[in-house]
Design a protein around this ligand. Sequence first.
Ligand code: ATP
Length: 313
Amino acid sequence: MDRTQAAPPAVELNGVVKEFGAVRAVDGVDLGIGAGERVALLGRNGAGKSTTVDILLGLDTPTSGTARLFGGTPRAAVDAGRVGAMLQDVRPVPRVTVRELVGFVAGTHRAPMPVAEALELAGLTGVARRRADRLSGGQTQRVGFALALVGDPDLLILDEPTAALDVAARRVFWDSVRALTERGTTVLFSTHHLDEADLNADRVVVIDRGRIIADDAPDRIRRSFGTGVVSFALPHGAERPAGLEGLPGVVSVEDLGGRIRLRTADSDETVHALSALVRVRDLEVATANLEDAFIGITSEPAPSPARARKADR
Ligand SMILES: Nc1ncnc2c1ncn2[C@@H]1O[C@H](COP(=O)(O)OP(=O)(O)OP(=O)(O)O)[C@@H](O)[C@H]1O
């Protein structure tokens, strides 16, 4: 055996397609994720995130293409206790305490972390003696997190992990995720909170209509769609002027019905040229965030079949 060979990636999807009848939920996804990466999976409703996660967990099989975790099948990685998952629907077992439930699941793993540590990382120490079926929505979601991490997995897959968490609980959650990746755990999470992806992922993968349309560091994705947003209202009754797309720095133009938003790589130049083109009202200049980039990327038209085939090659 070649001992110099690098360890296989935590996640490797090659040409994965998943069809449900006429619906192509995943449409040729290639994705590799290395150890210790913290990756956000973003996409609009119905983009294909959960289907991709299901395939990664071996809960569903691709129509074509391959999914591998640590060089083997997802099933093998899950059976070996290398994968912890937190899915959207967490339904706690009735009549046991939080500590008992997490302890029970720890007992099913070969090398779990101490139960107290899992409770602490999930922010549950204060409610450890409470019945697991009598918790708030946010506490229940934290139980799901504790159950996913107590096996001390190499890969954590978290499907919208903070949907029910308040601001303080979110902070605890992301601190814990950071601590886990610092000791080598790979984390893949899906979210609709783009600010969270921006702050907590070192890589953002955007999926749209079953295809990966962006895969980069959050700041690079932000910059690729302009660093600034210039928005303004038109004078009452005025038509949208021609030529906005051609103004210096402008990357894209959105018409929000009376208000125009320009994403730009150079706000100063854009504003200067804009003032010569049209008289505007309520001018605002802001720094672009990941949400602006996301809207820009995902609102682009779907590739035509000819373009899609070309992209496949
Ligand atoms: N079991 C199924 N049978 C039929 N269609 C399905 C099935 N599961 C998913 N789909 C469809 O596949 C597409 C992708 O769904 P998926 O749940 O993966 O999206 P998502 O990105 O997770 O969305 P959301 O953000 O709303 O959770 C959608 O059009 C969905 O309706």
